[in-house]
Ligand binder design. Structure first.
Ligand SMILES: CSC[C@H]1O[C@@H](n2cnc3c(O)ncnc32)[C@H](O)[C@@H]1O
Ligand code: ZN
Length: 428
C-alpha cells in the first residue's frame, strides 16, 4: 500500500529539517521529498506543518510488572526487589501479566515509542502474540534468574530457546528475540555462560542488568574478585552482541573494556535516580565511543514508560552533574533515543526517517505555547527540552497507522485501563 504524509517538517537528529512529504511503500519509507506532492496514494494524511519525527526506541523494560506502578517507592534496589517485586510477581496470574503488558503497550504508544526491549519471566510467548497482533515492534527475552535447582535452570534456558525458535524474526520482522539472564548477582557464572552460548548459537543479542548499584557491584567484587564488567569479559561473554542495562558503577578501565568489546549500554536515568542507584557515567562512556541508548525500566521503578521524559532527564542530569551545559547536546540525546537505540538492539533500518528505513515515526502537534516560537531550526531543541509526550498525535510502526489524533487504532485503550485497574485491585 502506498501512503503519503504531506505538509510536514521532517526532523532527524544531526540533519537539516525538510519541509515536505514522505512516501511509504508498505512497511518502508520509499522517499522523503521537499515541497508538495503531486502524486496520488492509497492514503494521504495532511500533517498541517507538524513535525514528523522518528519513533522512540526504548531499550530496557519489563512490561509484565506494570501493575506495580507506585507499589514500592522510596527504597533501594535490593529492598525493593526483595520486599515488593519478587513477592508480588510470585502471586501474578496470567490475567495480571496480560493486563500489565497491554497497559505498557498503551502507555508506550501514546508517548511515541515504536520499538522496545522487554525482559520478563512470565507470559512472554503470549506477549509476543499480542505484539504480533497489534502491530508493535519489540526485542523480547525470557528473563532468567539463574538460581534454584539444576532442573529449574534448565527449564528457564529451554523456555528462552523456545521463545527464540518460535518468535525470532516473526510478525513481518517486527519481533526479534534475545537471551536475557537477569543480572550477574542473580545468575552464577556457569548460567551466564550457558546463556551466552545460547545467544551465540542463534546469533541473537545478550542482555542483562549490570553494575546498577554500588552495593551489588561491591558484593560482586568481594565474591569473585572481579568487577561485574571484568567478570563478563573474563567469561568471554563480550565476544557476542551485548547490551547492558544501567552500567552505573564503572571505573575508567570498565568503560575502556566496554568500548573495546563493542558493548552497548541502556541508560535508565529515571529508574536509577528513583531507586537511589546513582548516575551512570554517560559523558565518559560517550566520549569513549560507547553506544549509550535510552530505556525506561519498568513502571515499578520509573514510574512511567515515557521516552520523552526519559530523554529530557538524560539531557539534563549530566549537565548538572558535571556542571557543564555542553556535556550533552539535544541532537546527541535525540539520536540516542532513536537511531542509537535501534543500533544497540541490532535492528538495522530502524530509527531514522530516510528512504529504505522502516516507516516508524510520529507526527507531533506543534501548536502549543511550550513549542512556540515554532522555528524549524529550533525543532530538535524543542523536542528534547520542551515537547510533552501528549503533543504526539499520530504514530506509525512498519507503515501501520497505530494512533490517529491520540486515538489508538489497534488497542482498546478504555478497556485496557479498566482491566489494569481490575487486576491491580485483585492483587491488593
Ligand atoms: C527475571 S525478569 C525481570 C526481573 O527484573 C526485575 N527488575 C525490574 N527492574 C529491575 C532493576 O532495575 N534491576 C534489577 N531487577 C529489576 C523484575 O522484578 C523481574 O523480576
Ligand atoms: Zn530492569
Amino acid at each position: 500500500m502506498k501512503q503519503i504524509i504531506k505538509n510536514v517538517i521532517i526532523i532527524n537528529p544531526y540533519e537539516e529539517p525538510v519541509k515536505g512529504f514522505v512516501v511509504l511503500d508498505g512497511d518502508k519509507i520509499d522517499r522523503v521529498v521537499s515541497g508538495e506532492p503531486e502524486e496520488r496514494a492509497d492514503s494521504t494524511i495532511d500533517g498541517e506543518e507538524n513535525w514528523l519525527i522518528p519513533g522512540f526506541v526504548n531499550t530496557h523494560g519489563h512490561a509484565g510488572s506494570s501493575l506495580l506502578r507506585g507499589a514500592g517507592d522510596d527504597m533501594p534496589l535490593d529492598t525493593w526487589l526483595k520486599t515488593i517485586m519478587w513477592p508480588n510477581e510470585k502471586r501474578f496470574q496470567k490475567n495480571t501479566v496480560e493486563a500489565a503488558g497491554d497497559l505498557a503497550l498503551v502507555e508506550m504508544l501514546k508517548s511515541g515509542t515504536t520499538t522496545f526491549l522487554d525482559m520478563y519471566h512470565l507470559n512472554m510467548p503470549e506477549f509476543a502474540q499480542k505484539i504480533a497482533d497489534t502491530g508493535f515492534k519489540a526485542v523480547l527475552g525470557r528473563g532468567m534468574i539463574g538460581l534454584g535447582s539444576e532442573d529449574e535452570k534448565k527449564d528457564k534456558l529451554k523456555e528462552a530457546e523456545n521463545l527464540i525458535k518460535n518468535w525470532h524474526n516473526q510478525a513481518e520482522g517486527r519481533i526479534v528475540t534475545a537471551v536475557m539472564p537477569h543480572a550477574p548477582y542473580t545468575c552464577p557464572p556457569d548460567f551466564l555462560t550457558k546463556s551466552a552460548d545460547l545467544a551465540a548459537e542463534y546469533g541473537v543479542l545478550f542482555h542483562t542488568h549490570c553494575a546498577e548499584t554500588a552495593k551489588e557491584t561491591e558484593q560482586h567484587i568481594d565474591k569473585y574478585g572481579l568487577h561485574p564488567v571484568e567478570h563478563l569479559h573474563q567469561l568471554e561473554i563480550f565476544k557476542i552482541n551485548v547490551l547492558l542495562a544501567h552500567a552505573v558503577h564503572l571505573e575508567t578501565e570498565h568503560i575502556d573494556l566496554l568500548k573495546k568489546c563493542n558493548v552497548a549500554v541502556s541508560h535508565n536515568p529515571k529508574s536509577n535516580l528513583k531507586l537511589g542507584s546513582g548516575i551512570a557515567p554517560v559523558v565518559q562512556m560517550k566520549q569513549a565511543g560507547i553506544n549509550v541508548t535510552i530505556g525506561t525500566d519498568s513502571t515499578a521503578s520509573n514510574n512511567t514508560l515515557d521516552m520523552v521524559e526519559e530523554m529530557r532527564m538524560s539531557a539534563l542530569i549530566h549537565k548538572g552533574l558535571h556542571e557543564d551545559p555542553a556535556s550533552s547536546s539535544a541532537a546527541d540525546v535525540f539520536a540516542s533515543a532513536t537511531i542509537g537505540g535501534a543500533e544497540g538492539l541490532n535492528i538495522p533500518g530502524t530509527g531514522k526517517i530516510a528512504a529504505g528505513y522502516k516507516a516508524d515515526f510520529c507526527l507531533v502537534n506543534t501548536k502549543a505555547a511550550h513549542l512556540t516560537p515554532n522555528l524549524e531550526e529550533r525543532a530538535v531543541s524543542h523536542i528534547v527540552y520542551a515537547m510533552k509526550s501528549t503533543d504526539i498525535k499520530d504514530v506509525w510502526i512498519h507503515g501501520k497507522h497505530m494512533m490517529h489524533n491520540r486515538e489508538l487504532l489497534t488497542l482498546d485503550e478504555e478497556k485496557v485501563l479498566f482491566e489494569a485497574d481490575k487486576q491491580a485491585q485483585k492483587l491488593l
